[in-house]
Design a protein around this ligand. Structure first.
Ligand code: SF4
Length: 449
């Protein structure tokens, strides 16, 4: 990585899992807005469903998720009963049974549920939604809390994909982030998954953690590749202790500096590609026969709150505290506090407290940003025309991109912008040129790398 890029582009930029991005959600979009948007959803629009299980048994200090720690099952069971009520409430407002193509369990830790409760939850989704035969049902899985009966329950309920939270296999790193998870524990869970017939296995890794080095991260991805996952996600640790107070428990002196983070990212990425994975966008790697790699080749890759996806459903319904939904009309965010979420749902109301309506201009800019994040290239002329705009709609953005092109981060050919392979880690800087909400110094996102 060139030193001048580090100096110039170590910006705090959004990850563009939505546009407008979450900091621009506001209270003007509320439960009443959501009611109206749900009622107006076209009847034949397939849905994608997200369920947020907002509990974990123990806090990992690097965690950036929305979760609450509990050692007892009672709060989890109580939360689940409220989640069920929310599913029933939303299904009633949708009217007839809608088609669902994807169901994603995230958290928190979905593996904190008992096997019976996981099965009951999937049954409930099937009762209220027409879950298509080839639907992807994915579960984020914490190997420390997933036992064999849980994996069997997943398989029996029709789960097709599991994302294994690994982060790092190195015990020193694990101790520094308060997540002790021996390699054998991850291996054991993967063996159970395969034996149960769940072959689509993702492994989630993190670089930029305490004590990690370029060499240790290369070792990490090599060991992860030995597990033969279909996908590897390689996320940069986002140290935001002003937002996530538990991250203060991480000794900042043990964190790699920015140049070291770059080296870790670049070397791990290079190694994963050498090992046969296809680089997908910013931080995903897929086996060549995985649906994500195929979608990339066929230019039908999408980006949503879970990252990169083959899910083209234009309505994502989120359930649970802090969950986010994406409807054709805009984005909605549920109440983040578990207690407040429970109270509102128990009162028979929807729990949306914020969101943003998406204007026609937002849709056009979102399409540009999505293509850049997915394909690393976009035809501005074609995209503008598709949204009824003239080809010179983005002339000022093209001018702003010139310095990035001169730096070698992207290439401009007429109206086609292509992020260079060397510029891939800085794709967010290219996207930011199209983001009219982003004002310099206004937000504090994770670093671009
Ligand atoms: S298991 Fe996942 S969600 Fe829970 S604290 Fe650890 S990283 Fe966060």
């Amino acid at each position: 990585m060139r030193q001048e890029w580090l100096d110039k582009y170590d910006l705090r930029l959004p990850r563009y899992t939505s546009y407008p991005t979450a900091p621009h959600f506001h209270a003007g979009v509320n439960a009443a807005t959501y009611e109206g948007w749900l009622a107006d959803l076209p009847a034949d629009l397939p849905l994608s469903l997200y369920l947020h299980i907002a509990y974990c048994a123990e806090m990992c200090w690097f965690c950036g998720c929305h979760t609450k720690i509990t050692q007892r099952y009672e709060p989890v069971a109580d939360y689940l009963s409220v989640l069920f009520a929310e599913v029933e409430m939303v299904a009633a407002r949708l009217g007839r049974k809608r088609k669902a193509r994807h169901i994603h369990f995230g958290g928190g830790s979905p593996t904190i549920l008992t096997p019976e409760d996981l099965s009951r939850t999937i049954d409930l989704m099937r009762k209220h939604f027409d879950v298509v035969a080839d639907a992807e049902i994915a579960v984020e899985l914490d190997p420390r809390t997933a036992d064999e009966p849980y994996i069997k329950a997943m398989a029996k309920a029709g789960v097709t994909r599991a994302s294994i939270g690994v982060q790092d296999f190195d015990e020193k790193v694990q101790r520094a982030i308060n997540r002790i998870q021996p390699y054998e524990v991850s291996l054991r869970v993967i063996d159970w998954l395969r034996a149960s017939g769940i072959q689509d296995i993702n492994v989630d890794l993190v670089y930029g953690l305490p004590h990690q080095t370029e060499a240790s991260v290369i070792d990490l991805v090599e060991r992860a590749a030995d597990l033969r996952p279909k996908r590897v996600a390689l996320f940069g640790y986002a140290h935001v202790p002003w937002m996530k107070k538990h991250q203060r428990l991480i000794d900042e002196a043990t964190l790699p500096d920015v140049p070291e983070r770059w080296r870790q990212y670049l070397s791990a990425t290079k190694r994963l590609v050498e090992l046969g994975f296809v680089a997908v966008g910013l931080d995903h790697f897929a086996a060549p026969d995985d649906e994500l790699a195929i979608a990339l080749r066929e230019r039908r890759l999408f980006r949503n709150f879970q990252g990169y996806t083959t899910d083209s459903a234009s309505a994502l319904i989120g359930f649970g505290a802090s969950s986010i939904g994406a409807l054709p009309q805009g984005y909605v965010g549920n109440e983040g506090s578990i207690d407040a979420y429970k109270r509102v749902i128990r009162e028979g109301k929807l729990a949306v407290t914020r969101g943003v309506a998406v204007s026609d201009e937002d849709k056009l800019r979102r399409a540009v940003i999505e293509r850049l994040m997915c394909d690393l290239s976009v035809d501005l002329d074609e995209t503008a025309r598709r949204f009824g705009q003239s080809p010179d709609y983005f002339s000022s953005e093209l001018a702003k991109l010139k310095p990035l092109a001169e730096d070698g981060i992207c290439a401009i050919s007429g109206h086609v912008i292509a992020v260079t392979e060397e510029g891939r880690p800085l794709v967010r800087a290219v996207c930011a040129v199209f983001d009219t909400y982003l004002k310099a110094g206004e937000q504090r996102h994770a670093k671009a790398v």
